[in-house]
Design a protein around this ligand. Structure first.
Ligand code: SAM
Length: 306
């Protein structure tokens, strides 16, 4: 069967989705992905739930969509490059929500196993994915679970067919700031040799240019207020990510560097992130399983509170 053909039966019904997932997709939707599967999936989504939050964030800074666009383009590019090397045949995406990345990767890499886990919405997403034309020949699991419960998470993944003994690509996107520092990375330390983690993180506001640092602070305050999120956020500097035991950093991308590599700018040619301090999220590519870490060598959990 042509994996990009239209489904034989069933009208594609719009699904209302939860607020932050919808917000991210409203900021940056299917335009950055290449597969027909993503376009077909995008047609099923009803993003109404994110519109009010989008308007509130837009009022803080109307260019915020660029942050999400650069993050998503960088992560998709890295993930595809890592998978093209051919050594990794399974991908785990914690906190995937309604993101399109897993669908894109499962569609573009035949035989790849993709495991998405989120605390909510996965049953609904599973239903949508099952109606995609490529689904029959693919392996994309939408699993429900708490990614902070590392032991439970391993069980859920193993039951779904994840092979703990084989290298894995883990993609932590749009998630680390909502978790404790240990929860965000700790579960991915001792993976099989050759594993990689693409890790997106928020840098401490004190490292962002003073003229810019209110933008992430106010946007995240809006999200917290809207979602009644009461926990402290987690932040990392590049040096802190480098020091995380159990990983070796291979690459680190700033919004400045991503913008430059994409050759993008505003219509006037003006750069949005001319220097590193103008941005507040970064993306590290980590090798996991290089240096095995025992439980008692885990770092203390530090939160940078602002
Ligand atoms: C801002 S959305 C990001 C979605 C997607 N990763 C992206 O970048 O487009 C954050 C997602 O993380 C999920 N999440 C947050 N805490 C979680 C937890 N402890 N366990 C599982 N999922 C969690 C939320 O349900 C939500 O879908």
């Amino acid at each position: 069967m042509d994996k990009n053909a239209a489904p034989e039966s069933g009208r594609l019904i719009s699904q209302p989705i939860s607020d932050t997932s919808a917000l991210v997709l409203l900021w940056c939707g299917e335009e950055i992905y290449l597969s027909d599967a993503v376009r077909q999936y995008a047609g099923m989504l009803d993003l109404t739930a994110g519109r009010e939050l989008l308007a509130r964030c837009h009022a803080v800074w109307e260019k915020y969509d660029r942050v999400i666009r650069y993050r998503k383009l960088c992560i998709a590019r890295e993930a595809k490059a890592i998978l093209q090397a051919g050594e990794i045949r399974q991908v785990v995406i914690p906190g995937a929500g309604y993101s399109m990345l897993g669908i894109e990767l499962a569609n573009q890499f035949p035989g790849l196993k993709v495991f998405e886990i989120d605390s909510s919405g996965m049953r609904k997403k599973r239903g949508m994915v099952a109606r995609l034309a490529f689904a029959a020949g693919s392996s994309l699991e939408c699993l429900e679970g708490d990614v902070e419960d590392h032991a439970g998470l391993r069980n859920i993944l193993s039951d779904a067919g994840w092979d703990a003994g084989a290298p894995t690509l883990t993609i932590v996107e749009g998630l680390s700031y909502y978790l404790s520092r240990e929860s965000a990375l700790g579960g991915w330390r001792n993976l099989a040799e050759g594993s990689r983690v693409i890790f997106e993180y928020l840098v401490p506001y004190s490292q962002v240019n003073p003229q810019r640092r209110d933008i992430p602070r106010l946007v995240f305050e809006e999200i917290m207020r809207y979602c009644s999120f009461t926990r402290e956020f987690s932040f990392w500097s590049e040096e802190e990510v480098r020091r995380e035991p159990g990983f070796a950093m291979e690459r680190c991308y700033t919004l400045e560097g991503i913008e430059e590599s994409l050759g993008e700018s505003l219509g006037s040619g003006q750069r949005i992130f001319p220097v590193r301090g103008d941005g507040w999220i970064e993306i590290a590519v980590l090798k996991s399983g290089e240096e095995r870490v025992d439980q008692d060598r885990r770092p203390d959990v530090h939160l940078f509170m602002h």
